[in-house]
Design a protein around this ligand. Structure first.
Ligand code: SF4
Ligand code: SF4
Length: 399
């Protein structure tokens, strides 16, 4: 191996890029960097060329502020990919660049120390432990004080880390609905590892998903029901890689096929559906519209990253707020913004708390079920964790 772990990826990408510049025009981060995606690949290779050791490569990259902007400023929204006639894979390129950035010590520890979701403690597990949120009773494939490990489950339910942490009552209500529509459901309340990928720990993210896949196989489940399109995408890949034959289905599709009727009244006024970056072809959004009885052509639909993608906020904190504002600006006064990914819901809630506007922010599951997120409580509890009796412990764990 040379001085850069992912040099082959950069060579391949460079060979496929015509330098047409269409991607740059689609992206504020690339415009700020004045680079195309192909320039990123070439700049990484240029930093390696002729260098004597990794210290020299690190110094060269650290001095190239355009390259740092392009790699760290990426939301992984894939907007640029839509403009690329060669269909060059931006995520593949920038995830690999992040691996080399991480290897070279170019991503500061504060950017990822609280989101190492393959460790015992991350911000979600700490929040859950401090606030007494757990699902051991619903995790039927794992033995605990109240039940043996059960291997005859029909469905595994995957709420994702944000929903499981910040919406415990909603998570339980959804689980009960899924459980009531099959022979036996179990819960996989782990993370899909997207924060690890953003921080340059790609292998660890894949290993985490493979562990999830092994647990699903152990449960006997033949269907994995995911709330978030991002979790569904990552788990599909991991299940295939591990040779586990399990069908991955969106929650909306699963419920819709079984005649589920939403329990919550639909909000009045304009609905603005916010497509997830991970739902590139819009399948998830259409399935959600179907179960909610919404004509997907009627409501205002606006797309692009909510601002949380790619851990850009750890690089330039103001960019998350700007991006969230930019998306929320499409919602007319009094509208309800409906998100597909619970992390988008979290991001908009945070932004609306900081800069209120007359817009209601709902995850699609809140339009299906009685329980709702209580973001005021969540943010108060998240903030309080750092000052209360657990403050010193948290500070040392995430130092
Ligand atoms: S994925 Fe999005 S943020 Fe990243 S380079 Fe492409 S358009 Fe820019
Ligand atoms: S749009 Fe595609 S081919 Fe054109 S510069 Fe960007 S990556 Fe290269």
């Amino acid at each position: 191996m040379g001085l850069l772990q992912c040099a082959d990826t950069y060579r391949t990408f460079s060979g496929q890029c015509t330098e047409c510049g269409h991607c740059t025009g689609a992206c504020e981060s690339l415009i700020a960097a004045n680079m195309t995606l192909g320039d990123i690949a070439k700049s990484m290779l240029a930093a390696e060329r002729g260098a004597h050791d990794t210290d020299e490569v690190r110094t060269r990259i650290a001095q190239n502020q355009q390259l740092i902007q392009a790699v760290r400023g990426c939301f992984f929204c894939t907007s640029c990919k839509n403009t690329c006639f060669a269909h060059n894979d931006v995520c593949d390129l920038i995830y690999h660049a992040r691996i080399d950035f991480q290897n070279l010590g170019l991503i500061e520890r504060e950017a990822w120390s609280s989101v190492l979701v393959d460790q015992e403690w991350d911000i979600f597990t700490a929040y859950r432990a401090i606030h007494g949120i757990g699902y051991a009773d619903l995790t039927r494939h794992v033995q605990n004080d109240h039940h043996e490990a059960q291997h005859d489950c029909d469905v595994a339910f995957f709420p994702g880390c944000s929903l499981a942490a910040y919406g415990p009552e909603l998570t339980r209500e959804i689980f009960e609905a899924v459980d009531g529509l099959c022979d036996k459901a179990t819960m996989i309340d782990h993370c899909c590892g997207s924060s690890l990928k953003s921080a340059g720990f790609f292998d660890r993210a894949e290993a985490l998903c493979e562990n999830n896949a092994a647990e699903i196989a152990q449960s006997g489940a033949k269907t994995l029901v995911c709330v978030c399109p991002g979790c569904a995408n990552d788990m599909k890949v991991a299940l295939a890689r591990k040779g586990v034959e399990v069908e991955v289905e969106s929650l909306a599709s699963y419920l819709g096929k079984r005649g589920f009727t939403p329990k919550h009244p639909m909000p009045e006024g304009t609905l603005c559906l916010s497509k997830s970056c991970q739902d590139r072809d819009g399948t998830y959004l259409r399935e959600t519209c179907a179960v909610l009885g919404i004509d997907p052509d009627t409501p205002s639909i606006f797309h692009g990253c909510c601002g949380a993608g790619g851990a850009v906020s750890a690089f330039k904190p103001e960019r998350q707020a700007q991006q969230a504002d930019s998306k929320l600006s499409f919602a007319p006064d009094g509208a309800t913004v409906v998100t597909m990914c619970p992390t988008c819901t979290y991001t908009y809630a945070y932004r609306l708390m900081s800069a209120p506007r007359n817009v209601v922010n709902k995850h699609y599951t809140e339009l299906m079920f009685d329980n709702q997120f209580d973001w005021n409580l969540v943010f108060a509890q998240l903030g309080g964790m750092w000052y209360g009796e657990y403050g010193a412990w948290l500070a040392s764990v995430f130092a």
